[in-house]
Design a protein around this ligand. Structure first.
Ligand code: FAD
Length: 404
């Protein structure tokens, strides 16, 4: 188990860090002021697209897509992608500058893995080029959606079309104008075996019959410009050629979407937590209370030490997940993928919480990214499958492994 960084990755990471220093960190304040202003809802600041063009021109683009997806992938393995994800996650919105943000990256991977040539040309290529955005609509308000086999939105064939009826919520990205395509999971074959009842189908966002019911707030924030929302599907018709992989493959696609995706999620949290620690150390060194720097107080030192231990443990675990995935494939890496999903969000939530305390009042306002990291880590313990589901999954794998 060696996690040495290759020369190639070191070179890319140096350029990525330089890009963050020059273009991202200086704009954090601007970003917060713009996106938190209700008048700008679902919009991006005018400099944002320019930065994306620059990142693309510098080859800092689509770095999330592992090498098996040639010709679209920049050719990196999972273990090579990991440190780059850490760097770009030190500011929560920076992944979007490099076209590496969720849920687009998971959707691009689905299309690269399962899409037909026609679907790839129509949807994958503009997504990879950063021209459009996408959404993944699985979760439904009326059923426990941590169990993907519960989904009820109906997908019914009618001649050369499928007709969709049902309700979705928590659909990230779909409320913004740039979102042009939704990957919708629904019930197509109710009589089939439980894991073969569902399908995932491509639905252009402007298809008649899709109604935006309401955007949802997360801890009182609309998460602009991405946003989460509830949608109603009423007699939404799409051609049969929009089906991904085939009827009954929805559960497989939901699972397949989450291999590299989950380790990237976890590395996002490592990067965000590392930034909180950097901010916390800088603050502790400059702030003086009761005649001494905060960094001289034992309680603050202990919190810094705990953060460093927690981050390093999570980082090593994520690297291990990536390494096993590269060497033995996603199936062999399943226990590690569950582990990073369980450990990553709780670690980042704890680190952000400690950083917040050291910052005092400033730690809970828009002047640092700390509250964003805290809320992001907290909802990650629910989104993409609640902690308990991953713990049960890991326990089952562990018992099987240890009892033969
Ligand atoms: C910010 C955010 C963004 C999201 N983005 C998307 C998106 O883009 N697309 C999308 O489709 N969905 C999205 N989701 C939805 C998310 O994936 C679901 O909320 C999640 O899968 C849980 O489903 P649920 O809300 O129906 O909770 P439920 O399934 O009702 O579960 C509720 C609780 O029950 C407990 N529980 C469930 N199963 C078990 C178990 N096996 N053992 C023990 N306890 C259990 C857990 O405590 C769990 O939190 C997003 C959610 C959030 C908060």
């Amino acid at each position: 188990m060696g996690f040495e960084v290759s020369d190639k990755v070191r070179e890319i990471n140096t350029r990525l860090e330089a890009f963050m220093q020059e273009h991202i960190y200086p704009r954090e304040h601007d970003w917060n002021e713009f996106t938190l202003n209700q008048d700008n809802q679902w919009q991006v600041p005018d400099w944002f697209d320019g930065l994306r063009e620059k990142a693309k021109a510098e080859g800092l683009w689509n770095l999330f897509l592992p090498h098996e997806y040639q010709p679209w992938s920049p050719g990196l393995t999972n273990i090579e992608i990991a440190p780059l994800f850490e760097t770009m996650s030190k500011v929560m919105w920076a992944q979007a500058v490099f076209n590496c943000n969720a849920p687009d990256r998971g959707n691009m991977e689905v299309l690269a893995k399962y899409g037909t040539a026609e679907q790839q040309e129509q949807w994958l290529e503009p997504l990879l080029a950063g021209e459009i955005r996408s959404a993944y609509a699985m979760t439904e308000p009326q059923v426990a959606s941590s169990d993907a086999t519960n989904m009820e939105l109906e997908i019914k064939r009618d001649g050369d079309e499928y007709v969709l009826n049902g309700r979705k919520w928590w659909t990230t990205n779909a409320v913004q104008e740039r979102c042009k395509i939704m990957l919708v999971m629904g019930l197509s074959n109710p009589e089939a075996e439980r894991h073969r009842r569902h399908s995932t189908i491509l639905v252009p966002r402007d298809t008649p019959g899709i109604t935006l019911v309401r955007p949802l707030r997360v801890f009182d924030s609309y998460h602009s410009p991405g946003g989460e929302a509830e949608f109603l599907f009423e007699d939404v018709r799409v051609p049969v050629s929009n089906m991904i992989k085939g009827e009954g493959c929805g559960f497989e696609i939901a699972q397949g979407r989450l291999g590299p995706g989950r380790f990237q999620y976890a590395m996002t949290l490592v990067g965000a937590a590392q930034r909180c620690l950097e901010l916390m150390c800088a603050r502790a060194e400059e702030r003086v209370a009761f005649g001494e720097k905060l960094s001289k107080k034992t309680s603050v030192q202990h919190e810094i030490a705990r953060c460093r231990c927690d981050i390093e443990q999570a980082r090593l675990l994520v690297l291990q997940a990536a390494e096993v995935m590269d060497r033995e494939g996603v199936k062999a890496a399943m226990p590690y993928i569950s582990m990073v999903k369980i450990v990553g969000p709780q670690m980042a939530q704890n680190v952000a919480d400690r950083a917040m305390q050291v910052f005092g009042g400033m730690g809970v306002c828009q002047d640092t990214m700390i509250p964003d990291v805290f809320t992001h880590a907290r909802f990650c313990r629910i989104a993409d499958g609640p902690d308990e589901v991953h713990m049960s999954q890991l326990a089952k794998l562990t018992i099987r492994e240890l009892t033969g």
